[in-house]
Ligand binder design. Structure first.
Ligand SMILES: Cc1ncc(COP(=O)(O)O)c(C=O)c1O
Length: 401
């Protein structure tokens, strides 16, 4: 169904047939903008949340060849053994720690892994800590299961870095989980090792689960080494790390992700996984094996390309009246803020209608950032240039006082 025909009233329906827990799922802000954009001509999208580069050919071929070999049935519930083995070796080498295939479960994208991890821990009376802004899945999933959320606000002026002391101060006796996402969607912020170590150590001491969403773990710029939670924890007892091939190999539609945790956690979640999606897509798991064993040229190419775009976007945001930017170190987003009190949703809607540039309003990602916009640079340099040829003169005419 084309996006423009989707019925958004449905999400707002109070029809008693639906489980009231569904009311915790917000009206999807991204879809609203993309829908509106689809009705307009000559729109430039700074709204896209997936790589714009084609999937490497060897990866596509591996999925096709797997199907031709008859690899079209279910795999074992934890995932294709060859992929589990390959991931264990790959992570072991990357972070210099021993992982067994029994520490990993393959899921339908990182989304399923997050769904399983969060809903397996959240319950009425349990408290969670989530950064704000954050990827829009976390808080609704916690609340759907009765959990409460404390959001820790971050600011453009501070590169949207999270203050580990604020996280630790927010811990309560009934805190069960802390969600981390570095590099972050929507801010592109990479948390330094000291931040992660401080939070992870405190969480382990207090028996709180860290759920770390690391889907952008390869989109790290300026030659920096990526601080994964996996390289900041002494054991996996209180840690679940989620990632996928979606961003790293431009495989978002192939839907292969995974969860890494203690063997006990994986055992528990495997049963839950069988009750949700059974197993992940088999041919695409073979594509994942190829991605891990094939050349890294694609990742290097993507990093070069996105670094150039990020640098230019940072310059353009700096030149734009009323926008406060910063230099994100990862992912492909920049989350600049408008002046205090400006309504980001109105600005995004007017910007789209009056200039044809589609951005995502900050309130999609949390309650502390209504005056922000998410700009994605997963689009060509030409589109980035063209969009600011429209944004800058438009902003010059605005008055936010
Ligand atoms: C932070 C974050 N986590 C998870 C996901 C979902 O990833 P996947 O496509 O592997 O389900 C996304 C997708 O945009 C994301 O930005």
């Amino acid at each position: 169904m084309p996006l423009s025909n989707m019925d958004f009233e449905f999400y707002e329906s109070e029809d008693p047939i639906w489980n009231p827990a569904l009311m915790t799922i917000p009206i999807p802000g991204i879809r609203k903008m993309v829908n509106l954009a689809s009705q307009l001509d000559d729109v430039i999208h700074l709204s896209i949340g997936q790589p714009d580069l084609p999937t490497p050919q060897n990866v596509v071929n591996a999925a096709v060849e797997a199907m031709q070999r008859g690899q079209t049935g279910y795999t074992m519930d934890a995932g294709l053994p060859e992929l589990l083995e390959s991931l264990a070796i790959y992570y072991g080498e990357r972070y210099n720690r021993t992982l067994n295939p029994e520490n990993i479960m393959i899921t339908t994208g990182a989304t399923e892994a997050l769904y399983l991890a969060i809903t397996a821990v959240s319950a009425p009376g349990r408290h969670f800590i989530v950064p704000d802004p954050a990827f829009m899945l976390y808080s609704p999933l916690i609340r759907m299961n009765g959990g409460e959320v404390t959001e820790i606000p971050t600011r453009a002026e501070n590169n949207h870095q999270i203050d580990p002391d604020e996280v630790i101060d927010a811990i309560e006796p009934h805190t069960y989980g802390i969600i981390l996402n570095s590099p972050s969607n929507p801010t592109g912020t990479v948390y330094p090792r000291e931040t992660l170590e401080k939070i992870v150590e405190e969480a382990a001491y207090r028996g709180i689960q860290i759920i770390s969403d690391e889907v952008y773990d390869h989109l790290i710029y300026d030659g920096k080494t990526y601080p994964s939670v996996l390289s900041c924890c002494s054991d996996l007892d209180h840690v679940m790390v989620v990632s996928s091939f979606s961003k790293t190999y431009s495989m978002a539609g192939m839907r292969i992700g995974w969860l890494i945790g203690s063997q006990g956690a994986i055992k528990k979640l495997r049963r839950y996984h069988m009750f949700t999606t059974t197993v992940a897509n088999t041919p695409c798991q073979w594509a994942g094996v190829e991605a891990l064993h094939g050349s890294n040229d694609f990742i290097h190419y993507m990093l070069d390309e996105y670094t150039k775009r990020r640098d230019r976007l940072v310059e353009l945001v700096d030149q734009t009246p009323h926008l406060t930017g910063y230099k994100p170190e990862g992912a492909f987003y920049l989350f600049p803020s408008l002046p205090e009190g400006a309504n980001g949703t109105n600005v995004a809607l007017r910007l789209l209608k009056e200039t044809g540039v589609c951005t995502i309003p900050g309130e999609t990602f949390g309650s502390s950032c209504n005056n922000s916009l998410r700009l994605s640079y997963s689009t060509s340099m030409e589109n980035i240039e063209k969009s600011f040829e429209r944004i800058i003169p438009w902003m010059e005419q605005q008055d936010f006082d």
